[in-house]
Design a protein around this ligand. Structure first.
Ligand code: PEP
Ligand code: MG
Length: 873
């Protein structure tokens, strides 16, 4: 039997269902499923994604596709008693794209297909509504002209605007049948002039041309960009849905709308959406007329509203998730045109997942899996500091929450260019279109003048987790001359503004932003995550303040305290410089004695904050030159403090210069050549711990030696560490457990992990350095060329962000296995940036690490990622 490329749906039965998303696309699968559920859906058929893939590869339709379409079309015609191209009673169809995952506005759609200069007359008669028929025809010529024939949209709009001006009306609905007739003639002439051929009049040709165009739109630039940003495979293709038209533009008893079964911004359980009376679908999304809130439908069409409520509730119960629906009302009759899983903000995702568990719709496991760790970043996004007093110059719709500060730019290209230069920008547009996707991606936030909560800008921004204020009618934007006026203020390109996507406010200048609080639902969801995860989550924190944040976010300890930060603070840098520049051990010890009280103070604060939890403290790591005095003034200061001569010191500074500091005298190599430095740190750590222990505070110090490459290095430094610790503990008369371990940051350490483990009670993989040293790519210089590597797909992701599993990952895994072969109870963790990256966390779970450690604000992401990893394995 020939492969099936066409699936029919209608009259209560369908050949496909919700399980066929890959083949029928999200829209096609949804239409089939709704049909099977007995929900009113106009009949039609879906041409599969496989047909698109075949076309995209070969430039031809697959064999039998057209025959199968013919059969489906006949079935459709029979079921409605209308025929495509029939002059008396024409069937009109919509042709819409629909990929496996929704790509809003990225691909093409044609409505009202089947109209020509004869069938339009038939439609006018059959409907008894001439205005409607010519309105539909002019829409069709414009859409088909734009999408299929490549005549730019704005050229049609030009005629439409001129017509409205000449008739002295503001909106399309005020135009009459004769106006549209005239417009149709103008449009037809425009197409003929632009393409050199008359507008195709044969509906069968129209249909094939439209299907081909939708197939082709899979490979248009904006769709490709969208796929790259959203990591969607280029190989999936789009399905094409051909469906009988129902008309929302038949008068005031008709209309069209878009709605969500819950609020996609906040997650609140309210029916949320918008509609337009006497309009077709594209009017709502295009943001040309500002739609009305869905609740108003209850007043204007109470019966339809009641039906719609029943349908949306049925759909949500059926899918057990928030649905994004499209509907049309034709002369008082309701039709559903789409249902799909609703895109939602992180805030809404958390609330919906939480609420649905309480409502008994889903279990905790499903709830945890419903929230994407990557998405949580949004919740941890900045908000305007509540203490800030500011006045807004305009207020639009709060389309996507969070706040953003940046310089104003007026088009997507400028946005991309400015961001490349290192600027932060807010993209300000009358309304965004799918062509703006690149600019939206790089902008801090998006501000538009027209369009509602379901406009392109709003939908896309929410999906990106980007702050957005939409439909801000008070803005008078001059995109060409690059300024806007609002509330009497003129804002030019490059001026700073702040937008608040949670309230819709637009503010002049940059307002202070703060990180948000944990919501109750968020905390509960993370508690549920904790029930499933097996991987521990710690934080990288150097100060008591960071430690407090980390603890509040649920960190189970500190996985990395970098002590070098402690050396820079305030006055201590002078003592540190004195120590580095000392020419002998005794001078060095003198200087170290000045640093030690500061160090001890730091550790006391940190241990107090983390009482009852482990705290891993890493001994000094960075190359010494980082601490060196740069200016003569600084050298002079050290000269005074140390009693050394200025010239002598200058010479010492230049002696310490390194050609390759990242591979130079850093990490444990400092401890080997200047043991007194590490010794001072160990004293400070363990004395602080003993003092607190005496106060009855539970302290769990873990002392970590960085950049080990050879077991002997660790052996020497471990001996010193244990000697100092035991001495202090004995002297204090307390019992205190402490661990000594190492970072694994060099390939040699991973390769010889069985030896290294003889001297280490724990390993913490420093994947920042391990990536640098394994790939031979400098962490500091990678920015210049690594983006090209990612762009060309050499590395799929930046290996400094997401672990290079095949290379670095292999070393980590090997390190764990070999380390445990020597010491079965070896504790293992990771503390490079990868510790907060969901894909890397998944990897860490798989290879059986004990914990990940990440920045405090990523702790929630890590908890959820770890739960996902456990639930998916
Ligand atoms: C690492 O190398 O992964 C690490 C955590 O240490 P640092 O980033 O301080 O070099
Ligand atoms: Mg390191």
């Amino acid at each position: 039997m020939a492969q099936q490329y066409v699936y029919f749906f209608g009259n209560g039965t369908a050949e496909g269902d919700a399980t066929n998303k890959a083949l029928l696309g999200g829209k096609g699968a949804g239409l089939a499923e709704m049909t099977q559920l007995g929900i009113p859906v106009p009949p039609g058929f879906t041409v599969t994604t496989e047909a698109c893939v075949h076309y995209s590869k070969t430039g031809n339709y697959p064999e039998k596709m057209q025959e199968q379409m013919q059969v489906a079309l006949s079935k459709l015609e029979t079921s409605l008693g209308k025929k495509l191209g029939d002059i008396a009673n024409p069937l009109l169809v919509s042709v819409r794209s629909g990929a496996r995952v929704s790509m809003p506005g990225m691909m093409d759609t044609v409505l009202n297909l089947g109209l020509n200069s004869e069938t339009v007359v038939g439609l006018a008669k059959a409907s008894g509504n001439e205005r409607f028929a010519y309105d539909s025809y002019r829409r069709f010529i414009q859409m088909f002209g734009d999408v299929v024939l490549g005549v730019p949209h704005h050229k049609f709009e030009h005629y439409l605007s001129a017509m409205k001006k000449s008739r002295n009306v503001a909106i399309d609905t005020d135009l009459g049948a004769d106006d549209f007739k005239e417009l149709v003639e103008q449009f037809l002439a425009l197409v003929a002039k632009e393409t050199g051929k008359p507008f195709p009049q044969n509906p069968a040709d129209q249909l094939m041309l439209a299907i081909t165009a939708v197939f082709g739109s899979w490979d248009n630039q904006r769709a490709k960009t969208y796929r790259r940003i959203n990591k969607i495979s280029d190989d999936w293709g789009t399905a094409v849905n051909v469906q009988a038209m129902v008309f929302g533009n038949m008068g005031d008893d008709s209309g069209t709308g878009v709605a969500f079964t819950r609020d996609p911004s906040t997650g609140e359980k309210i029916f949320f959406g918008e509609f337009l009376i006497n309009a077709q679908g594209e009017d709502v999304v295009a943001g040309i007329r500002t739609p009305e809130p869905i609740a108003r439908l209850k007043d204007v069409m109470p019966v339809v509203f009641e039906q719609l409520e029943a349908v949306y509730q049925k759909l949500e119960k059926h899918y057990r998730d928030i649905q994004d629906i499209e509907f049309t009302v034709e002369r008082g009759k309701l039709f559903m045109l789409q249902t799909r899983t609703g895109k939602r903000t992180a805030k809404a995702a958390v609330k919906i997942a939480h609420d649905m568990v309480l409502e008994g719709l889903i279990d905790k496991k499903t709830a945890v899996l419903r929230v994407l760790p990557e998405q949580l970043d949004q919740l941890l996004h900045p908000m305007i500091d509540p203490k800030e007093v500011y006045t807004s110059i305009a207020k639009g719709l709060p389309a996507s929450p969070g706040a953003a500060v940046g310089k104003v730019v007026f088009n997507a290209e400028d946005a991309e260019e400015w961001v490349t230069r290192g600027e932060k920008v807010i993209l300000v547009r009358n309304e965004t279109s799918p062509d703006d996707i690149g600019g939206m991606h790089v902008a801090e936030g998006i501000l538009t003048a027209t369009g509602g909560m379901t406009s392109h800008a709003a939908v896309v921004a929410r999906g990106m987790g980007k702050c957005c204020v939409a439909g801000c009618g008070a803005l008078d934007i001059n995109e060409r001359e690059k300024f806007f006026i609002a509330g009497g203020v003129t804002i030019k390109e490059g001026d700073f503004i702040t937008i608040n996507g949670t309230t819709g406010e637009v503010v002049v200048g940059s307002v202070t932003l703060v990180s948000p609080e944990f919501s109750g639902e968020f905390a509960i969801l993370l508690d549920w995550s904790d029930e499933f995860r097996t991987l521990g989550v710690r934080a990288n924190a150097d100060t008591p303040e960071d430690a407090r944040v980390a603890r509040e976010f649920g960190a189970e300890g500190i996985g990395l305290c970098r002590t070098e930060h402690m050396f820079f603070d305030g006055d201590r840098i002078d003592a540190v410089r004195e120590m580095i520049l000392a020419s002998n051990e005794s001078d060095r010890r003198k200087a170290l004695a000045k640093v030690k009280p500061y160090q001890k103070e730091d550790f006391l604060g940190l241990f107090r904050e983390m009482a009852g939890l482990p705290v891993t403290i890493r001994l000094l790591d960075p190359p010494l030159h980082e601490f060196l005095p740069h200016t003569d003034e600084d050298v002079q200061k050290v000269a005074q403090a140390s009693g050394l001569h200025f010239d002598q010191l200058k010479r010492k500074v230049s002696e310490l210069h390194e050609f390759n500091p990242m591979l130079g005298h850093r990490g444990c190599r400092l401890g080997i050549t200047y043991p007194e430095v590490y010794e001072m740190q160990v004293y400070a750590i363990i004395e602080a711990a003993c003092e607190l222990k005496k106060e009855g505070i539970d302290v769990q110090p873990e002392i970590m030696i960085p950049l080990i490459g050879h077991v002997r290095e660790l052996e020497i430094l471990r001996e010193m560490t244990v000697r100092v610790c035991d001495e202090v503990i004995n002297r204090s008369g307390v019992t205190l457990k402490y661990l000594v371990g190492t970072m694994i940051e060099l390939p040699r350490a991973a390769l010889t992990a069985n030896e290294v483990a003889t001297q280490a009670e724990f390993f913490s993989f420093g994947t920042n350095d391990l990536t640098q040293t394994t790939l031979g790519i400098s962490r500091d210089d990678a920015g210049r060329f690594l983006p090209d590597y990612v762009h060309q797909g050499i590395y799929k992701e930046d290996p400094f962000v997401s672990i290079d599993v095949a290379g670095v990952g292999q070393l980590v895994e090997m390190g764990v296995v070999r380390g445990r072969s020597t010491r079965p109870d070896l504790k293992t963790g990771i503390c490079g940036e990868h510790g907060g990256d969901p894909a890397s966390i998944n990897f860490c779970h798989k290879i059986g690490l004990n914990y990940v450690s990440c920045s405090p604000y990523r702790v929630p992401i890590a908890r959820l990622s770890a739960a996902h990893a456990a639930l998916k394995s």
